[in-house]
Design a protein around this ligand. Structure first.
Ligand code: SF4
Ligand code: F3S
Length: 375
């Protein structure tokens, strides 16, 4: 069967990175659907993305390079495809081949030309004039502000640049701050900033946002923390593969016990899924299957993407049960036919009741432990 979008654009040939146009169309259509757009936007995204390469300047502050690394692991599209076909990566300390004077000149020229998307990775130290992170002898906080002046928009990739992340953990010795906070400090509050938090974030959240900007010339709709709603509007807990165990009150009590081995809920091991907004439970990492995310592999979510949770509260302390809601979709049951209560409605009711029962059991256990002085 032929894809109508492919017929509209071009079915032959390959792009500079070797990716076929047909595969590229599939990626753009998937990205459109993933961002909540109609599939027909795939053709528009593909046209826009191949018409002009978006200039990008990437500034790294106090970071572990994990956000760049996560992009290197993406395969739809691969980073090489992103760099060779879709964007013009004018400055990136880790990936550029130039160095020293040559790299600095490239940065200066790109800033002068303007109209680029500025990607900020890592946090930015503000203590003592920002001397704790310098590039070419200049505090990175000043370089970020200089690059922010001519930028069309900024994408803060990772928790560090979104809200301070690990370097800002108490006692925050360098007074590390987010990219948005730096722009505010430097009088650049008008610059549009989108946060893609995570440690590291899922590369597809970043790549989809880039494709959106390339196509529509603006950032996608953001929530009150500057995060794209298409990726951060639901709690991880809502669509977690272990949610049925939470609802039924089946919890792993310690690492390696029977419940842990059988894939039960990790709430009592400190899982922060009930208070972390992200799409980890629906868009897994690395294209290697359903379990390629922390909870899928048996590790409680520690809320790496949520300000006030990751690097802030105890790893194994119980999560606050905020706004526990049913999942956004339910597995259809074959043969369901009208009459009585629908599967969806029954599931919603069951999930709400189950959430309360599960949470109640978890809370009573936690309270019981506290009363026993075991906590
Ligand atoms: Fe999944 Fe964690 Fe929620 Fe349990 S508490 S259902 S492991 S997100
Ligand atoms: Fe981070 Fe939790 Fe997702 S630890 S990667 S927000 S499952």
């Amino acid at each position: 069967m032929k894809c109508t979008a492919c017929q509209e654009v071009d079915t032959g040939g390959t792009l500079g990175s070797g990716l076929s146009r047909r595969d590229f169309m599939k990626i753009c259509t998937a990205a459109a659907v993933y961002m909540g757009l109609d599939a027909s936007f795939g053709a528009q995204i593909a046209e826009a993305a191949t018409a002009k390469r978006l200039p990008v300047i990437w500034i790294s502050g106090q970071d572990c390079t994990g956000c760049t690394e996560t992009l290197l692991r993406a395969t739809h599209p691969t980073l090489e495809h992103l760099i060779l076909d879709l964007i013009s990566l004018d400055y990136h300390e880790t990936l550029q081949s130039g160095c020293g004077k040559q790299a600095n000149e490239a940065l200066e020229a790109a800033i002068k030309a303007g109209g680029y998307v500025l990607v900020a990775e890592g946090s930015f130290p503000t203590k003592d004039g920002g001397i704790y992170c310098k590039i070419n002898g200049e505090p990175v906080v000043d370089i970020l502000a200089k690059a922010g002046k001519n930028a069309a928009a900024c994408i803060a990739i990772g928790s560090c640049s979104s809200w301070g992340g690990m370097p800002s953990a108490d006692p925050n010795p360098t007074e590390a701050r987010s990219a948005a906070a730096i722009f505010k400090m430097k009088g650049l509050d008008k610059l549009a900033v989108m946060n893609i938090p995570g440690c590291p974030p899922n590369p597809y959240n970043f790549l989809s946002a880039v494709l959106y900007f390339v196509t529509f010339g603006k950032l996608p709709e953001l929530d009150d923390k500057g995060r794209p709603k298409f990726a951060y509007s639901r709690l991880i807990h809502e669509n977690c593969e272990r949610r049925a165990h939470f609802d039924a009150g089946r919890f792993a009590e310690k690492f390696g016990d029977k419940g842990h081995g059988e894939g039960w809920c990790l709430y009592k091991l400190g899982c922060k899924g009930p208070e972390t907004y992200n799409n980890c439970s629906t868009l897994t990492f690395g294209d290697v299957g359903a379990s390629s995310w922390p909870v899928g592999m048996g590790a409680p979510c520690f809320g790496c993407s949520e300000q006030g949770v990751g690097y802030t509260v105890g790893l194994h302390s119980p999560a606050r049960l905020v706004n526990v809601t049913p999942p956004s979709f339910f597995t259809p049951i074959e043969g369901e036919k009208g009459g009585g209560v629908t599967v969806g409605a029954a599931a919603v009711a069951a999930a709400v009741v189950g959430a309360v029962v599960g949470a109640g059991l978890a809370t009573s256990k936690s309270v019981g432990q506290a009363e026993d002085g075991k906590k």
